[in-house]
Design a protein around this ligand. Sequence first.
Ligand SMILES: NC(=O)c1ccc[n+]([C@@H]2O[C@H](COP(=O)([O-])OP(=O)(O)OC[C@H]3O[C@@H](n4cnc5c(N)ncnc54)[C@H](OP(=O)(O)O)[C@@H]3O)[C@@H](O)[C@H]2O)c1
Length: 237
Amino acid sequence: MENSLKKVVMISGANRGIGRVIAEKLSEDGYRLSLGIRNPCELPDSLSSIPEKQLLCHAYDAKRKDNAETWIEATIEYYGRIDVLVNNAGILHTVGLEDDAEDLLDEMWEVNAKAPLRLTRLAFPYLRKSGSGRIIDIISMSGKRVKGNWVGYSMSKYAALAVSHTARLQGWNDGIRVTAICPGYVKSDMTVRNAPNIEQGDMSRPQDIARVVSTLLLLPNESSVPEVMINCVFETH
Ligand SMILES: NC(=O)c1ccc[n+]([C@@H]2O[C@H](COP(=O)([O-])OP(=O)(O)OC[C@H]3O[C@@H](n4cnc5c(N)ncnc54)[C@H](OP(=O)(O)O)[C@@H]3O)[C@@H](O)[C@H]2O)c1
């Protein structure tokens, strides 16, 4: 897909972590951005300094169906098109196999699995119109294999991977190409909180993920990459 100032990219959870760095990189690449974040007033300087014609920031709480609808509508009203959807917003609660924590399971299901499906569904008609629509789903290695005892997070990410592959099949004939990015540990607040025993310096960097996203968006319809696994430690299975 040709990089051009005209292309419009929606990114969920772009205020910090991986989403923020993807937004910074794609803005540098010249894309027009529509950022869905819970508190649009709390945009970091690196993003709020983007020129107005290249930036829309809209309220988006992944747990609210109406927010998904209004964010999509606002994007169309502002730019008249959607070319790329980056499903990035996500949460990790360390619910293990023997924990009785159904509220936390439900929340991960809402944010990590149902919300990307909802955005995909709502963006699909516009991605079809684009002729070279793209969806980038930030999944996880936890959606590819099970290690340890984060059963709730893994369940939600396996489900998100199913959404990603379904979108890949359903969009193919209309030029929509879908990639699931599956990193291991990435330096971010999420891993500071939940993986304190692993050095942040030993993890992949959000910049690495952003570079992969940027490259994927340059590929034409004829070179689609369904999944990218990114290992920061040696993976035996
Ligand atoms: N870090 C890793 O090791 C790693 C590895 C593989 C995959 N991932 C995935 O990568 C994505 C980004 O993770 P990260 O490491 O950047 O995590 P992070 O630093 O904790 O950032 C999470 C982002 O998601 C947003 N978010 C959370 N709940 C939301 C909700 N209900 N509605 C809208 N936005 C919400 C957060 O917004 P607020 O600021 O409002 O909370 C924040 O922007 C997630 O899908 C995660 O599962 C992360």
